[in-house]
Design a protein around this ligand. Structure first.
Ligand code: URA
Length: 262
């Protein structure tokens, strides 16, 4: 039986869990463990199988019918005439489960219309709290990297992510989540009209180029979404592998050279 609780009870329960030290949601959906079958009893299909050999195969589940999230995302993104409208369209988009577990929509930071657009992966805990991309340790490193070639989000850089909501426990975004956010990202790029795009890490390469392999892709200019695109190591990776900073520096110089040409 499903138990319905009102908003105030739900909030009190949540606050109680926070008091107990809970800091993160670890799944995409809440789980009512009182409703789960007894772990010690064999599952029903196994019982049936034991009683009637050949009869215990689980019934295939019918796929629930409903709107296609990618088609809905395309229509919503296409209808957005400017960046404010795109942000509002994302805020109203209800097909991505990540939205329910996130504190904030993380849309973008920096200068709209800047020559450089950086596309990261997804917000982490700090970004989810602040509602701005790249504000944690990786973001601070990113700011130092940009400053080394005379760029900053206060002057000439615009920053966003493939996903605007934090995945639980910072897990990798799933292909269906990337697919439903890509129309918004494409529109975001078209409305921002940067001269060059930097893809930070594999997830943004997957979303924009349709392929992974950052060690091979990094530092090589490509054309995508009608723009020159440069894949680079993600700053979070550089924090774990400082020896890769040498290659990141070479890529930053590539970016600087491209901007000087344009
Ligand atoms: N990593 C990302 O890819 N994006 C952020 O906003 C923060 C960390």
């Amino acid at each position: 039986m499903e138990t319905q609780i009102d908003f105030h009870t739900a909030r009190a329960l949540l606050e109680w869990q926070v008091e107990l030290g809970v800091t993160d949601a670890i799944g995409d959906q809440p789980v009512n463990r009182y409703d789960l079958p007894d772990q010690h009893r064999p599952p029903r299909t196994a019982q049936v199988a034991a009683d009637q050999p050949g009869q215990g195969a689980p019934m295939p589940m019918a796929k629930p019918k409903g709107p296609d999230p990618v088609a809905e995302a395309r229509a919503a993104a296409r209808a957005a005439g400017d960046l404010d409208a795109l942000q509002a369209a994302l805020a109203a988009f209800d097909h991505c489960e990540l939205k329910r577990g996130a504190r904030n929509l993380v849309f973008a930071d920096g200068v709209r219309g800047a020559p450089v657009m950086i596309i990261g992966e997804a917000p982490g805990r700090d970004e989810d709290r602040e509602g701005r991309p790249f504000v944690g340790r990786a973001g601070q490193l990113l700011d130092r990297m940009l400053a080394a070639i005379g760029l900053s989000r206060a002057e000439n850089v615009y920053i966003t992510n493939v996903l605007p909501w934090r995945p639980p426990q910072n897990r990798d975004p799933r292909p269906d989540e990337i697919a439903m956010m890509t129309p918004f990202l494409e529109r975001h790029v078209a409305l921002s009209a940067p001269k060059a795009i930097v893809l930070m890490g594999n997830i943004s390469c997957q979303a924009v180029l349709g392929k992974r392999g950052i060690t091979r892709l990094r530092g090589q200019w490509q054309q995508a979404m009608d723009k020159p695109v440069l894949p680079m190591f993600h700053p979070a990776y550089l924090l774990r592998q400082p020896s890769a900073k040498r290659m990141a520096w070479a890529d930053l110089l590539e970016l600087q050279a491209k901007l000087r040409q344009s």
